[in-house]
Design a protein around this ligand. Structure first.
Ligand code: NAP
Length: 242
């Protein structure tokens, strides 16, 4: 069975990506950290639509847990291939740098940047043996232009962009592409406390984006036909200047 693993697949952009992966014919591995109800809703929606999926609950920021749960899944499912890995799980914990605590810095780094390392290294092995793979990292406008109040988040996302470009060069010859998608302001729980009315005036398309619009870009990069696109960052931001 060909699988797509989506981290942070229980809500928001990740949920839309899970639905896109289902539509592309993949068995979807829905990762999440804590929200069992929402994760089960995604699972139900996929099966209701004739797709196939399973839940894989682990904290992407926890090296041991990733090794135990994801590593364990890979070891026991040798007949199944993770062809697509979408590193989407992420958090923000904003503060001006002068007031930022160690917990805020480390929490955002672990969840947004270190998680890329923890998950990707486990999945990469079988992709290399299979000589095929699609890795898509969900980054952010903040990681491209930097955002005041988000030094932790901007640094983490910029780090993933660097890792995307480096890994693309490492694994290209094995038929594996590595790209990033950089959303701007997208309507999800993460942006629920932002002043949409004011912020949308800055966006050329004059609105926040939808999770499905990000999932569309991820789906394009995950397609077999995207074989010659690698090491790229695709912005999905309504035309905000980056
Ligand atoms: P969201 O609505 O807050 O959903 C976050 C998802 O990530 C949930 O499924 C959550 O699982 C999961 N998650 C969080 N921490 C996790 C952890 N440690 N381990 C495993 N799963 C974890 O966020 P979103 O807006 O969809 O954002 C998705 C990605 O897009 C993030 O990387 C974010 O930085 C990026 N992004 C978003 C925007 C935007 O405007 N929304 C803009 C730029 C970039 P639970 O349900 O279990 O909590």
């Amino acid at each position: 069975m060909k699988c797509a693993l989506v981290t942070g697949g229980s809500r928001g952009i990740g949920k839309a990506i899970c639905m896109k992966m289902m539509a592309m014919g993949y068995h979807v591995l829905i990762n999440y950290r804590q929200n069992d109800v929402e994760a089960n809703n995604v699972l139900q929606e996929i099966t209701d639509n004739g797709g196939s999926a399973e839940l894989l609950k682990f904290d992407v920021a926890d090296k041991e847990e990733v090794q135990q749960i994801l590593g364990g899944w890979i070891d026991t499912n040798t007949d199944q291939q993770i062809e697509v890995l979408v590193n989407n799980a992420g958090i923000r914990d904003d503060s001006l740098l002068a007031w930022m605590t160690d917990e805020q810095w480390n929490g955002v780094m672990n969840t947004n940047l270190n998680s890329f390392f923890y998950t990707t290294r486990l999945v990469l092995n079988s992709m290399m043996m299979n000589r095929y793979g699609r890795i898509i990292n969900v980054v952010s406008l903040s990681g491209i232009k930097g955002m005041a109040g988000q030094t932790n988040y901007s640094a983490a996302k910029a780090g993933v962009i660097g890792a995307t470009k480096a890994l693309a060069q490492e694994v290209g010859r094995q038929g594996i592409t590595v790209n990033a998608v950089a959303p701007g302001f997208i309507k999800t729980d993460m942006t629920a406390n932002l002043d949409e009315k004011e912020l949308k005036t800055l966006i050329p398309l004059k609105r926040f984006g939808l999770p499905t619009e990000v999932a569309y870009a991820v789906g394009c990069l995950a397609a077999p036909e995207a074989a010659y696109i690698t090491g790229q960052v695709l912005s999905v931001n309504g035309g905000l200047y980056t």
